[in-house]
Design a protein around this ligand. Structure first.
Ligand code: C2E
Ligand code: MG
Ligand code: MG
Ligand code: MG
Length: 292
């Protein structure tokens, strides 16, 4: 019934859902089938270089086209995927498809050079991760320099030393490394100290308060300074207003990503978006278009 469906639906947005509950098990079972049946999608969000105003990269963000439900955001299934271990199969699918897109960028004369994928703590502890990435790169013909791994800190990392060794190996392949959601996780500074990071991604919760909240403004400014002082770069996430973009520029931030530039773009619309994009469109666009 509609009532049941409605009750059911609310659950997909509950991050605390336990895979051991009936609904959690159903979600896990459906996701298992979904991965095999190619129901996952990747949408791509552009990353702009603030010095050149060029789109220099894109972040691949996973969605699930769940039959009878529609397009789900990762918040409704990543948590269960991590708890059940399905994040490993999901991550393999993501890497494979992101590498396919990244391989296609290399011959283009201009436009983005990298595709970033999100890798959670649970995936980092998987001993097959390096082999999985190497295979994805080789089988798609993607140059390692076109791939970036974003370490997402959703959970406390139990074995920092092993994670650091794994990330050193990934870096040695030539793949880039970004530290995602910086400042919100369990031990951001510890990660920065131990991992071979290229870029810090400043969490959108801090960017949101730029210019209006003194603490957020101070945190963003000092994070950019921190990045530069250790010889790496800073990316601002969740940039939504021209004012935030100008503040970030003034602070010397290196890259920006957010709805102001674009929502995550489905692959079929990507080429047109990249071809039509000019920096001036930021000022012209009255409101960002909702994601398809
Ligand atoms: P994230 O990696 O920090 O990605 C940024 C999230 O912020 C995305 O949500 C994106 O759509 C959203 N976002 C981007 N710009 C703006 C903005 O201007 N304003 C606002 N309010 N939001 C913005 P999304 O796609 O729902 O992804 C949520 C999280 O799920 C990601 O956060 C990442 O941690 C995780 N995730 C996504 N794809 C994958 C994946 O393939 N594997 C893993 N392990 N995690 C993933
Ligand atoms: Mg990310
Ligand atoms: Mg983030
Ligand atoms: Mg996040």
């Amino acid at each position: 019934t509609a009532k049941e469906a409605g009750r059911d639906r609310a659950v997909w947005y509950d991050r605390t859902i336990e895979p051991s509950t009936t609904r959690g098990l159903r979600l896990a079972n459906d996701l298992h089938r979904g991965i095999q049946n190619d129901e996952l999608r990747l949408h791509y969000q552009p990353i702009m270089d603030l010095a050149s105003n060029d789109i220099v990269g894109m972040e691949a963000l996973v969605r699930w086209e769940r039959p009878g439900v529609g397009l789900l955001n990762p918040v409704s299934f990543i948590d269960v995927a991590e708890r059940t271990g399905q994040i490993v199969q999901l991550g393999t699918w993501v890497a494979r498809h992101a590498c396919e897109i990244a391989a296609g960028l290399a011959p283009r004369p201009a436009g983005p050079r990298t595709v970033s994928i999100n890798v959670s703590a649970r995936q980092l502890s998987d001993p097959g991760l390096v082999e999985m990435l190497t295979t994805a790169l080789r089988e798609t013909g993607c140059p390692p320099s076109a791939l970036v791994v974003e370490v997402t800190e959703t959970a406390l990392m139990d074995d920092l030393a092993t994670a650091a060794t794994t990330l050193d190996t990934i870096k040695e392949l030539g793949v880039g490394l970004d530290l995602d959601d910086f400042g919100t996780g369990y031990s951001s500074l510890l990660y920065l100290k131990h991992f071979p990071v290229d870029r810090i991604k400043i969490d959108q919760s801090f960017v949101a308060g730029l210019g209006s909240n003194w603490a957020d403004t101070a945190i963003v400014a000092s994070t950019i300074a921190l990045a530069h002082s250790i010889g790496i770069l800073a990316v601002a996430e969740g940039v939504e207003t021209p004012h935030q973009l100008e503040q970030l520029r003034a602070m010397g931030c290196d890259f920006a990503q957010g709805f102001l530039l674009s929502r995550p773009i489905p692959p079929e619309a990507l080429t047109d978006w990249l071809n039509e994009w000019v920096p001036e469109s930021i000022r012209r666009a009255p409101l960002p278009k909702p994601e398809a």
